[in-house]
Design a protein around this ligand. Structure first.
Ligand SMILES: *[C@@H]1O[C@H](CO)[C@@H](O)[C@H](O)[C@H]1NC(C)=O
Ligand SMILES: *[C@@H]1O[C@H](CO)[C@@H](O)[C@H](O)[C@H]1NC(C)=O
Ligand SMILES: *[C@@H]1O[C@H](CO)[C@@H](O)[C@H](O)[C@H]1NC(C)=O
Ligand SMILES: *[C@@H]1O[C@H](CO)[C@@H](O)[C@H](O)[C@H]1NC(C)=O
Length: 225
């Protein structure tokens, strides 16, 4: 009898180990980019920015509006019309219109391969003084980030900043807004892996989990017999 409990204990430990291994892969690269931006701001004694999911979803719409403009040199010049914010971005996300506030900064960049959030910070957000001054703007109070794999394997990343009241702006209807078809955005707390590379990592850890669980069952099988 002692042996049975011993084995059950062993299986529980094994499962926990497998879970820990799979959870070391961070859930959403868009959230990682927010963390990266805040790390740089707080290191310079600037206020940490609130990760607003409504703004994150709007950043995803900004990608859709600009995806045709990524040039072969990996630059992206895009100035979508101001009225898109209330006429297209907010309705597509289910952001309550009266809560739409000023977008005080926008940064967008594209790349022909997947970039990690660290690489996005150093190559897209730090690409010149203009983008850096947006990242460090004292007026900003909140932000949202998004990325999406578009046609021809291009990855587009975008960041929107706002100077609005963080607890009452860009509010998603019903708390979650309208479900998006592709890409990932920050602030929801949900896992997202819109990029192939991340999906591959996830698949690997799922495999590890399956293998460990399977091993645990094989070990206990002779005991049950
Ligand atoms: C913040 O980012 C800028 C641009 O990449 C870099 O030059 C600077 O050293 C960073 N500061 C800190 C404190 O990490
Ligand atoms: C895309 O680029 C073209 C040519 O530079 C420009 O006319 C157009 O306004 C840009 N589109 C957006 C959404 O910025
Ligand atoms: C960026 O800013 C730094 C310091 O503020 C300045 O020395 C540098 O010339 C600027 N670079 C460009 C390309 O404007
Ligand atoms: C938002 O926060 C401010 C102070 O930070 C407070 O005065 C205001 O009532 C809050 N609004 C909502 C809708 O919670």
């Amino acid at each position: 009898m002692w042996n049975v409990w011993h084995y059950i204990h062993f299986i529980v430990n094994l499962s926990m180990l497998a879970f820990a291994a799979s959870s070391t892969i961070h859930g959403n690269p868009a959230d990682d980019l927010v963390d990266r931006i805040n790390l740089n701001r707080t290191a310079q004694k600037l206020k940490e920015l609130h990760n607003n999911p409504g703004l994150g979803c709007m950043a995803l719409q900004y990608i859709d509006a600009c995806q045709g403009n990524c040039s072969s040199t990996n630059t992206l010049s895009c100035r979508s019309p101001e009225e898109d914010i209330t006429e297209i971005f907010a309705p597509n996300c289910g952001v309550e219109l009266p809560t739409v506030d000023i977008i005080s900064g926008r940064i967008i960049g594209c790349q022909s391969n997947y970039l990690t959030p660290d690489q996005v910070f150093s190559s897209i957000l730090s690409r010149d003084n203009k983008t850096l001054s947006v990242v460090r703007d004292k007026k900003n109070t909140e932000l949202g980030t998004a990325f999406k794999k578009v046609h021809h394997g291009l990855f587009i990343w975008s960041v929107l900043f706002s100077s609005g009241q963080t607890n009452s702006t860009f509010v998603l209807e019903g708390g979650t807004g309208i479900k998006q078809k592709g890409g990932c955005f920050s602030g929801t707390g949900a896992q997202c892996s819109g990029a192939n590379k991340v999906w591959f990592l996830n698949r690997k850890s799922v495999f590890k989990y399956a293998l460990l669980t399977c091993l645990a069952h094989i070990t206990v099988f002779p005991l049950v017999m």
